[in-house]
Design a protein around this ligand. Structure first.
Ligand SMILES: [Zn+2]
Length: 346
């Protein structure tokens, strides 16, 4: 998973140093970004656009970011999610943890799960081999695991006439110090990678844990509540992100949504995409979303993972108040925290 409990734990003290350290770095200032934004708004009209990104292929299991999962369950997930995307003509990219392909006797069958994305016209990217957390992984190991994580994926992409281009940091942890961040950014650039930012996440990992817990307890009512509350929460996070976009850029910038390759989305993605269509969104590629001038705004942030809209506040000279964002319902958070705690003990 990319967002975890850690996603909402922040290291604000480090921000100040980061802003000073990056003062002379090349990139757009707030004024330039706003100016570009105004021009773009005139061109784009009222149309909203969004790129869908799906993390933790070939499957994110409840309660555990590192579980290999049962092949049958993974087949269901990787059939269901691309099918929902295809039905809505939604472009998407799936970010892979190749460690989860390494199950004796199932390697080909698991690589086939990735192939299911490519034959559906979707793209694949690198999410680090073992889902390392850059906040507590040495730079050398983090770099090694990036390379180790591209072996199968890049071969599949090559056979499909494509190449691997995007990297997504697990937990959105892009570096705890400016030195580590700068060094890894240079490493990525050398290998031809672009970082895939995230402007909206809908805490699907919290609701997926709640759904998994409900199914384990054979509690149908709770399972239905997890799905219903998830879809309601989607509206809450979009309301928030759209308000932020208007405040920061004076318009609706192309958004980049992060969700996970899990059972919850296998069941809910169709309804989620329908919701986005009703909100006026057109589905676009990461390339297209990131061509918007907003994405040239500097990322001055160091610390544990936060969304790009928050990172950009530093460059735009705005106050960063991380306590303001939406939170999933308490009941689901409690199950999520309990399940994660139990798995850590095992
Ligand atoms: Zn992840």
């Amino acid at each position: 998973m990319t967002g975890a409990a850690g996603l909402r734990v922040f290291c604000v003290g480090a921000l100040i140093c980061a802003a000073v350290a990056w003062g002379a770095h090349a990139g757009r200032t707030g004024a330039e970004a706003r100016e570009g934004g105004a021009q773009n708004a005139a061109q784009a009209g009222a149309q909203r656009s969004i790129a869908i990104t799906v993390d933790d292929l070939p499957g994110a299991l409840p309660g555990d970011d590192f579980a290999y999962g049962e092949l049958k369950e993974l087949q269901k997930i990787n059939r269901g999610i691309p099918a929902a995307l295809k039905a809505h003509h939604a472009w998407a990219i799936g970010f892979v943890n190749e460690r989860k392909l390494q199950v004796a006797g199932e390697r080909d069958a698991r690589a086939e799960l990735l192939q299911m994305w490519l034959v559906s016209g979707l793209l694949l990217g690198n999410h680090n081999y073992a889902h390392d957390d850059f906040s507590n992984t040495a730079l050398q190991k983090y770099e090694d695991d990036l390379v180790r994580g591209e072996v199968v994926t890049s071969a599949l992409l090559k056979a499909a006439g494509q190449s691997e281009k995007y990297f997504r940091h697990p937990y959105l942890n892009t570096g705890m110090t400016m030195d580590a961040k700068t060094a890894f950014d240079a490493f990525l650039k050398d290998r031809g990678y672009t970082i895939a930012p995230v402007t909206i996440e809908d805490a699907d990992y919290v609701f997926n844990d709640a759904l998994g817990h409900a199914l384990e307890k054979k509690d149908k009512k709770m399972a239905a509540r997890a799905k219903q509350d998830y879809l309601e929460y989607v509206d809450t996070v979009f309301d928030y992100a759209e308000k932020e976009s208007a405040e920061m850029f004076g318009r609706q910038i192309p958004q980049i949504l992060l969700i996970h390759d899990n059972a919850l989305n296998t069941e809910c993605l169709d309804a989620l995409l329908e919701k986005l269509e009703k909100r006026g969104y057109k589905f676009v590629s990461l390339d297209a979303a990131m061509a918007d001038p907003a994405y040239a705004t500097l990322d001055l942030y160091v610390g544990t993972g936060i969304l790009w809209m928050d990172r950009w506040k530093l460059a735009l000279g705005q106050k960063l108040d991380l306590s303001k964002g939406p939170e999933p319902p308490q009941w689901a958070e409690q199950i999520f925290e309990q399940m994660r705690k139990e798995r850590q003990k095992e």
